[in-house]
Design a protein around this ligand. Structure first.
Ligand code: ZN
Length: 507
């Protein structure tokens, strides 16, 4: 599969001519196993065409920021929220991500769905192909009902290609490390929910299908991932071992394996940490590898985070860049704000905006810690949600507040005020089940409710236990070498091709 770069297309000629970039390093470009997939072929051609027109500067490093569920309405609301929190004009405030020079719209549909979940959308970005909702690291040729088909119809991730080429790699997420977005860097599965062995069905076990945490341990590329910082300890610990932070909780695994200990023992110079003290004590200037899992499940929302127990997304990003920069060949890093999505599923805009702001602070930290001459920074979302910014609130009205016009509460036709932010569906539905099992829709009167508290749930229409994702396009912001390849409306899986091309890792 490895052919001479010079024998490839005209686009590759341009690529080869500048294959020696900052630091004088070069990498041998490969053709990944999914390179004949129709989604791959189309996205590869689209990116190559733009590169031929505009040029494709070489990037030494790539940082991919993903705000899980961070649709454009969420970005607008987070901008106002962040500005108002700083005591400045929210509407004209500019997030760090918005200051990146290039932007595009990203189409998030999957092989089988108009509205995506986080697994195939993350995998679209890490592998360059679209696939089935609920799946990771597989192509459309897989049978989504047969987990064993993932073993033959898989797609190689950019993190795997980068490790094999000798680059450093890292993954940071506020979600569990086995959750869809971070797992898209290393896992291949038809079942994103099989995060540890207790989730795998008997049929799946009989077919030899591995849980996602086990796949993380079995990952065999380069010297393994160098920096992994996330939640998800329970997926790594046996159900006989007490959690290091919560003595009354145990791990989830039923196979008796302690994957944190196994990971550490697998190679020399590895550290596992479970709290901020361990994070602070790690030698980030050294060449050791670190697995930091800071909660049994997801890390805390930023609004609830105890800064003495858990590092912030910005702190994790800064330290990861310091460690990964040690590699003269460069690095590939994913940073996920995993819980923007969870806040919105819960109908809780405050926590979603708190986490979107924390992600933006991580973007600012990365911009400050890198050079735009050699580091491609991309900020995007995997999919949207149903958040709406509504009414005609006065300039400067609190973004989490009730709509006021001319300083007066705006009343709906039911005589009650409403919030600027609402969701189309979810647990905050105004339609409630009655004793006769019928649903009665009657909005609560919010006149005397403080809607800006972090526990307030936005009102919505359709009653659902969990608010759903939204299907409209999401934003891509980018800066650094290769960012010029983002403009207009692009397919989500083109993000892989821009990253891989800029790194000169794929033909
Ligand atoms: Zn979600």
């Amino acid at each position: 599969m490895i052919r001479n770069v010079l024998l490839a297309s005209i686009g590759a000629l341009a690529l080869a001519s500048c294959a020696t970039g900052p630091g004088g390093v070069s990498a041998t470009a490969v053709e990944p196993v999914q390179s004949q997939d129709s989604y791959y072929v189309a996205a590869h051609a689209a990116v190559n065409m733009r590169a031929a027109e505009r040029g494709a500067p070489r990037a030494k490093n790539v940082i991919l920021f993903i705000g899980d569920g961070m649709g454009i309405a969420t970005i607008t609301a987070a901008r106002i929220y962040a500005g108002q929190a700083k005591g400045v004009d929210g509407e004209s405030y500019r997030l760090a991500m918005e200051q990146l020079p290039y932007s595009a719209l990203s189409k998030t549909y999957t092989h089988d769905s108009q509205v995506a979940d986080s697994a195939p959308t993350a995998a679209a970005m890490t592998t360059g192909v679209k696939s089935y909702n609920g799946s990771l690291g597989i192509t459309q040729a897989a049978n989504i009902r047969d987990c064993a088909s993932a073993k033959t119809n898989y797609a190689t991730s950019l993190w795997e290609i980068a490790e094999d080429a000798g680059l450093a790699t890292g993954v940071i997420s506020t979600a569990r490390v086995t959750h869809a977005t971070p797992a898209a860097t290393y896992a291949r599965t038809t079942q994103r929910d099989w995060e540890d062995d207790s989730n795998v069905s008997p049929e799946g076990k009989a077919a030899g299908c591995l849980d996602i945490a086990s796949q993380f341990l079995a990952w065999n590329h380069g010297d393994g991932m160098d920096v992994i910082l996330a939640g998800g300890r329970a997926q790594f610990l046996p159900n006989t071992v007490a959690d290091p932070e919560y003595a009354n909780q145990k791990g989830d695994r039923t196979d008796g394996r302690n994957l944190m200990d196994e990971w550490k023992a697998k190679r020399p110079n590895r550290a596992t940490v479970a709290d901020k003290a361990g994070f602070d004590a790690f030698d980030w200037k050294g060449s050791g590898q670190i697995l930091g899992l800071f909660e049994p499940s997801h890390m805390q929302y930023d609004l609830d985070r105890n800064a003495r127990q858990e590092p912030s997304l910005a702190e994790m990003t800064t330290k990861a860049i310091q460690r990964l920069s040690k590699n003269p060949k460069g690095y590939v890093l994913m940073v996920e704000g995993g819980r923007v999505d969870h806040g919105l599923h819960a109908g809780n805009a405050a926590r979603a905006l708190g986490d979107a702001t924390a992600l933006d602070e991580a973007v600012a930290a990365a911009v400050a810690a890198t050079s735009k001459s050699d580091t491609l920074i991309i900020v995007t979302a995997d999919h949207s949600h149903t958040l709406a910014i509504q009414g005609y609130p006065d300039r400067g009205n609190p973004i989490l507040g009730l709509v006021k016009e001319g300083g007066e509460l705006t009343k709906a036709r039911d005589g009650k005020p409403y919030t600027t932010l609402s969701l189309a569906n979810g647990p905050g539905s105004v339609c409630k089940e009655q004793p006769d099992k019928k649903y009665l829709c009657d909005r609560a009167d919010l006149t005397n409710v403080d809607t800006t508290t972090k526990d307030f749930l936005q009102q919505s229409l359709t009653p659902l236990g969990s608010e759903t994702h939204g299907g409209e396009d999401v934003a891509i912001f980018a800066g650094g070498p290769g960012a010029n390849l983002f403009s207009g409306t692009v397919e989500q899986n083109e993000i892989f091709h821009v990253m891989a091309k800029s790194l000169r890792l794929v033909k």
